[in-house]
Design a protein around this ligand. Structure first.
Ligand SMILES: Cc1cc2nc3c(=O)[nH]c(=O)nc-3n(C[C@H](O)[C@H](O)[C@H](O)COP(=O)(O)OP(=O)(O)OC[C@H]3O[C@@H](n4cnc5c(N)ncnc54)[C@H](O)[C@@H]3O)c2cc1C
Length: 387
């Protein structure tokens, strides 16, 4: 059998992983990238992403995250670069919240890899956080920080070292399957002309709905703000762990790699709906910052409540928040990876692996991904109220 020719559209978080996996399988693989691998104009900027095993939506993610953990290590070894700093991280939440109950289920599955703290015990052990009366904290011991730009770059570099090709600053403008049957070839139209491939992986992030209008009904595209806060005079961030706080006061935060500031972010309801990152506003307004400044005031008495830096990123959400990992509805040779719903970074290695295997016609590595790959809900249209 001849070597399969596969195109990966978008070499960001997921696309770079898929490219690396395809190159490892010996495919003749080409990545198309609007900018350059490791840029921060999509979903993958801001120097830090949270790696955690504790899930607040579905404990079924645990085996997926455990496999990602292994592949992250493999990529670190192959690239010779440190890609994560596993300091441990906290899941904080009200005992009345359904999300906290799911987090506790995850903690039970983790066994000795997690530890639950009452509010009083958390106050002694993690004094920099001011928990509400009804909140607890769960320490996820194997969690920590991932360095997003460096990991995207490293996966792309590892793919290049294994013979992949990346066309940088090259926007794909159309994807046309030649015939509608399984196994039909696909034409990729980009600035450099049209090239034909045996299979295609689309990992275009917040640009997916623009590139593939058939998917627009299933995705809500959002502009997310990260903002960074310095400690107040006399306070230190030493030992401060990354955290996620569950609904109804959802927020998350990660210390910078140099430990000098804390990056904070809030949830979906405070994200601006946008058509595309191409036309979305990049300027950050006071209105954007208000909900995040509220988190600084509420949870962190040690932080200043005016940010030293703020930046916008872009992400696509499904209504169920289950990732859209499946064939394009009208083009079976095109496998779409989209809708990572604000939480796709930690599991990017597994999603990249799943996409590569699908593009090569191989079965999933294990059935632990079935709840995502076979889910009904990601293909339900996003209701108007969610947009
Ligand atoms: C602010 C923020 C904080 C987050 N925090 C976390 C976290 O702590 N932990 C976690 O696990 N997840 C987190 N996430 C989610 C995670 O970062 C995303 O789910 C993930 O990065 C999405 O990856 P992607 O590949 O879909 O998108 P991207 O990484 O944006 O990649 C898409 C790529 O496609 C390229 N592209 C698009 N259109 C074209 C085209 N037509 N032609 C060629 N190239 C194209 C783009 O340039 C880009 O490189 C966060 C997301 C945001 C925005």
């Amino acid at each position: 059998m001849s070597t399969p020719r596969i195109a990966v559209i978008g070499t960001g978080t997921i696309g770079a992983q898929a490219l690396w996996q395809l190159a490892k399988h010996g495919a003749d693989v080409t990545g198309y990238e609007l900018f350059s691998p490791g840029h921060s104009r999509g979903a993958a900027g801001g120097e830090t992403r949270l790696f955690r095993h504790i899930d607040v939506e579905n404990p079924e993610y645990l085996p997926v995250t455990d496999r990602s953990d292994l592949i992250w290590r493999e990529l670190e070894e192959e690239s010779g670069r440190t890609l994560r700093n596993l300091t441990g991280a906290l899941a904080i939440g009200s005992t009345a919240s359904a999300a906290t109950r799911i987090a506790l289920e995850s903690a039970a599955l983790l066994g000795s890899r997690a530890e639950v703290f009452s509010r009083e015990d958390a106050r002694l052990r993690f004094p920099q956080y001011r928990l509400h009366e009804d909140e607890i904290a769960i320490l996820d011991k194997g969690a920590g920080i991932i360095f997003p730009e460096r990991t995207v770059r490293s996966a792309a570099d590892a793919a290049l070292a294994r013979g992949a090709r990346i066309l940088r600053e090259c926007r794909v403008t159309a994807i046309n399957q030649v015939g509608s049957q399984v196994g039909s070839q696909v034409d990729i139209v980009a600035g450099n002309g049209t090239e034909r491939y045996d299979g295609v992986v689309v990992a275009a992030g917040a640009w997916t709905a623009t590139l593939l209008p058939a998917l627009a009904p299933y995705l809500a595209t959002r502009r997310l703000i990260s903002s960074w806060y310095l400690p107040k005079a006399g306070s230190t961030l030493d030992g401060l762990l990354p955290y996620l706080r569950t609904e109804p006061d959802y927020s998350y935060g990660l210390p910078t790699a140099d430990g000098l500031a804390m990056k904070l972010g809030v949830g979906f309801r405070d994200h601006l709906p946008v058509e595309s990152p191409d036309t979305a506003p990049l300027r950050i307004t006071d209105e954007d910052l208000d909900p995040i400044r509220g988190v600084a005031r509420d949870l962190f008495p040690i932080l200043e409540d005016y940010p030293m830096r703020a930046q916008a990123y872009f992400e696509a959400y499904t209504h169920s928040r289950v990732e859209f990992l499946r064939e394009h509805p009208g083009m079976p040779s095109v496998f779409v990876c989209a809708g990572f719903s604000g939480k796709g970074f930690k599991n990017a290695p597994v999603f990249g692996e799943a996409a590569a295997r699908a593009a090569l016609g191989l079965p999933p590595k294990s059935d632990s991904m079935a709840f995502i790959l076979d889910a009904e809900h990601p293909s339900r249209p996003v209701p108007a109220t969610y947009r």
